[in-house]
Design a binder for this molecule. Structure first.
Ligand code: ZN
Length: 331
């Protein structure tokens, strides 16, 4: 810690002493935050469901985990599900402590109103099996000094949860969040004179050596699908290698241009410059079988439907941008 230089004495109305600069105010606030260390974040929490095969199955399907240890009469739960058993779900936690709420209230009051989960660590002591009743206690383990990150300035709060199964220690889950004041967006020191408002430019595609050929095709009004030369699997968007056989070798086939709307969403909010909501964003399935995210033209947003036949066309957006889009309602 540094002290104020001696040639900048505090005025007579300054209630603080010679060490009462912003740094010591920060140190005092951190000391206050640290009084929460060791206080409970949740006490005698109880999992909403015992360990059970359906949740294990859903987890494994979502993760693509086919390990045989997680199925059959002797199944165990995937260890990384540890936190899943203790989550509050949409109906929330009923066992969160007042200390946790107080700590968050203090940080909110200091302007640290945003929160982001940063990382977690788990330690496994015993496998969990269907039928196990899960209980847990959580403690506020540490609150970091004030830190500045790209997101903003705030404090890391680490919570440690000790998980028990049928009363036996089953594992530990440490969860770290950053509670922070968002960084101000950079502004130019002196704003340039306001030009006549120009229409906002639509975002540019990020073109790199993996997808250059796709955009070269668009410039020639050809929608090019990548094809693996080893196993003939088609892929769109373009990728450096084949997901089916891992081969890096490819050529292209030109899409016939016919397709159908496979799925879509209608964007209302948030508004983005250069886009005029509401508008439909569609996932079009090409006749060749691959799909592309695109816009639908020729049909109002509320007439876009799954199964709608569509036809490729190229939309000239501005001087430097042309995009493949799909026209509906023509057959
Ligand atoms: Zn392949």
């Amino acid at each position: 810690m540094t002290t104020a230089p001696s040639d900048t004495p505090h005025g007579p109305h300054d209630p603080g002493g010679p060490h009462d600069g912003p740094e010591s105010a920060q140190a005092r606030f951190h000391a206050l935050l640290r009084t929460f260390e060791g206080r409970p974040a949740a006490t005698a929490g109880r999992a909403k469901d015992p360990v059970n095969a359906p949740m294990i199955r859903h987890w494994c399907e979502a993760m693509g985990d086919t390990n045989p240890a997680y199925t059959g009469p002797d199944a165990i739960a995937p260890p990384t599900m540890l936190q899943a058993w203790t989550m509050g779900g949409l109906s929330g936690h009923t066992d969160r402590s007042s200390a946790y709420e107080e700590l968050f209230g203090l940080l909110d009051g200091a302007g640290c109103t945003s929160v982001v989960a940063t990382d977690c660590e788990q330690e496994y002591l015993r496998p969990l099996r269907p039928g196990d009743e899960v209980t847990f206690d959580a403690v506020i383990e540490s609150v970091s000094p004030r830190k500045t990150t790209k997101l903003g300035t705030g404090h890391f709060v680490t919570t440690r949860m000790d998980v028990h199964a049928n009363g036996e220690p089953a594992g530990t889950h440490r969860f770290r969040i950053l509670k922070y004041a968002p960084a101000a967006r950079p502004r130019p020191a002196s704003p340039p004179p306001a030009p006549a408002p120009a229409p906002a430019a639509r975002p540019r595609p990020v073109i790199n050596r993996d997808n250059q050929g796709f955009w070269d095709g668009v410039r020639e009004h050809r929608l090019l699908i990548q094809r693996c030369t080893a196993c003939r699997t088609l892929r769109l968007p373009w990728l450096p290698g084949c997901n089916a056989c891992s081969s890096p070798d490819w050529d292209t086939v030109e899409a016939s241009g016919s397709g159908t709307v496979y799925s879509y969403v209608v964007m209302h909010h948030p508004p983005f410059p250069a886009f005029d909501p509401p508008y439909a964003v569609a996932l079009v399935e090409l006749a060749e079988g691959v799909r592309i995210i695109t816009n639908i033209t020729g049909v109002p947003y509320d007439k876009v439907r799954i199964g709608l036949p569509v036809r490729l066309e190229f939309l000239r957006v501005d001087d430097t941008l042309e995009l493949p889009v799909f026209r509906g309602g023509t057959g």
